[in-house]
Design a binder for this molecule. Structure first.
Ligand code: AMP
Length: 307
């Protein structure tokens, strides 16, 4: 299983990625978790990433790509992976493609978690996490007036709210998603990898939909194998250039280019010569011009006759 979970913040990518990991034994590779871990350990990368994360902005590509490359190189990712929260923009998607070509492990599917904005906001604003076991709760669904505590740990520790789950940061994250991540829907749709999963409802129901979507991609191994070498070539080409090349064979492209060039040169040269001649004439002193106009052609004719 080599899949990407795509979706807005709060669409349930993390929760479902954990379930896929538990059932299929493939690691959840969450760029958000990798970054939070770097922040907690106060590494150089973590310190650089923190400000962007707290503001709901994307962390720079070089930081995120470094973390993902390192994670995918670990032995447990050889059997597959569930990418959660990565890629988040076009450059990351292209970098991922190149990385997976190097590893000889192309993507099988991109599952888009489709959730309404009002649900996203409710989920994010109510999300609370246990610091001890990491379990995620939602106080929007808890009884009013109760102090949120973890019922998974023996000592029931209090839950905490992620700094980027505060209301103003949520709005920014959704804005960033719409501007930078949403275009990946079309990108992966064009590649034939996108599967839309209805992300609302019971967790088990959503999980079953995801499994069905992932299975529908795995049910086409022949096409994937045949497409592999072509996909490698395509990855080295610029997407637009390859689309043009596909549309017209090489010979046709050559012959179509030449006449256009010749015609363009002709069209550009002719008037230029005429203009130059006119300018040269205009530059002669007025007396000479007048003389040239008045002088009779007879002299020339006479000279020619002598020859
Ligand atoms: P998440 O846990 O996926 O919601 O990510 C939390 C925060 O980490 C995001 O709001 C970003 O600031 C940062 N982040 C996570 N993944 C990425 C990524 N692929 N590219 C850039 N920033 C990311």
């Amino acid at each position: 299983m080599r899949i990407v979970l795509l979706g807005a913040p709060g669409s349930g990518k993390g929760t479902q990625a954990q379930r896929l990991q538990a059932k299929y034994g493939v690691p959840q590779v969450s760029s958000g978790d990798l970054l939070r871990d770097a922040v907690a350990r106060q590494t150089d990368l973590g310190l650089k990433a923190k400000a962007a994360m707290d503001a709901g902005q994307l962390v720079s590509d070089d930081i995120v790509l470094g973390l993902i490359r390192e994670r995918l190189a670990k032995p447990d990712a050889k059997a597959g992976f569930v990418l959660d929260g990565f890629p988040r923009n076009a450059d990351q998607a292209n970098a991922l493609n190149a990385m997976l070509i190097e590893l000889g492990a192309p993507l099988e599917a991109v599952l888009l978690m489709d959730v309404r904005t009002e649900t996203l906001i409710k989920r994010l604003a109510g999300r609370r996490i246990c610091k001890t076991c990491g379990r995620v709760f939602n106080i929007s669904f808890a009884a009013p007036g109760t102090t949120p505590r973890c019922d998974n740990c023996a000592d029931h520790p209090e839950l905490f709210q992620r700094p980027d789950d505060k209301e103003d940061v949520i709005a920014k994250r959704l804005e960033v998603y719409a501007a930078q991540t949403q275009p990946l829907i079309e990108h992966y749709s064009k590649l034939g990898l996108l599967r839309v999963v209805q992300g609302e409802g019971e967790l088990d129901e959503v999980f079953a939909r995801m499994e069905a979507a992932a299975r529908s991609s795995a049910a086409r191994p022949k096409r994937k194998k045949a497409a592999k070498p072509a996909a490698r070539k395509a990855a080295k080409r610029k997407p637009q250039a390859s689309a043009k090349k596909k549309a017209a064979p090489k010979a046709a492209r050559k012959s179509a280019r030449k006449p256009v060039k010749k015609a363009a040169k002709k069209a550009a040269k002719k008037p230029a010569r005429k203009i130059a001649k006119k300018k040269a004439v205009a530059r002669r002193p007025a007396a000479k011009r007048a003389a040239a106009r008045k002088s009779p052609p007879r002299k020339k004719t006479a000279a020619r006759k002598k020859k």
